[in-house]
Design a binder for this molecule. Sequence first.
Ligand code: NAD
Ligand code: MG
Length: 285
Amino acid sequence: MPGYPKPPFEPQRQPVPGSQSKMQPYPDCGETSYKGSGRLANKIALITGADSGIGRAVAIAFAREGADVAISYLNEHEDAQETAHWVEEAGRQCLLLPGDLADKTHCAAIVNKTLEQFGRIDVLVNNAAFQMTHETLEEISDDEWVKTFDINITAIFRICKAALPSMAAGSSIINTSSVNSDMPKPTLLAYATTKGAIANFTAGLAQMLGERGIRVNSVAPGPIWTPLIVSTMPEDEIKEFGAKTPLGRPGQPVEVAPIYVLLASDEGSYISGSRYAVTGGKPIL
Ligand code: NAD
Ligand code: MG
């Protein structure tokens, strides 16, 4: 697609979890570009990590396709308000659910609050994640290893367990994995290991839930221009982010959203247990 930014990018580095409003160039989450066509009419979606980046793009796309959305995020209130603005502008409701998914009780709380507001969950998107760059294994603290697993994979188990009793046949679970699930970047050791676990969990759960008519899939994005990147990667890698893909640039969050729409929609009714690559041309295993 002509027009999307290519590297080199301006030097920039933010503290975790990063603020989308401070990124240069500003990521495209479809705020002024995504066009809906009623494919998720009156569905209810819970999306984690949806104040910014891929999650925001999914929230905006889902709302324009006719869904109400509940969005969980750590503490980026300003970014979350911006997502809510676009959801409401599409004529849909947006429930904001800040808090730490490393906390077991919070995982159950986001499901319960979504059910109090909307009564059921048709689409669950597990998209929140933490990563940090480290050059050596010794550099990774025990606490950071456990925290990465708590946020990236254990929270998915807990949220699925809390949500499933309220998900009817025809519902869909979509987990955000990564190209790192099968081609681990060594400097993201803990993160990449959790992404492998997410892909595996997805394939197993899809088989377990088939008889209940609930579909489970994962998405494996390549380099996507989001706050996660500018808050966790070294500046020299940020400058050249996405340059090594065949398309020669990072993807924008809005370019990842359409696959989530398909997987959430009734048109995707025979798609389960799959892993979808959105990598700008780089093959995955
Ligand atoms: P992002 O920073 O916009 O989203 C990550 C979200 O996770 C944040 O919004 C944050 O609020 C949430 N989060 C982090 N820690 C949390 C915690 N303790 N409790 C609750 N929420 C927490 O970045 P993104 O790149 O859009 O990330 C979305 C997903 O895409 C992640 O699963 C990420 O691993 C995956 N992904 C991203 C890329 C990429 O290049 N950006 C590539 C492959 C996969
Ligand atoms: Mg954010």
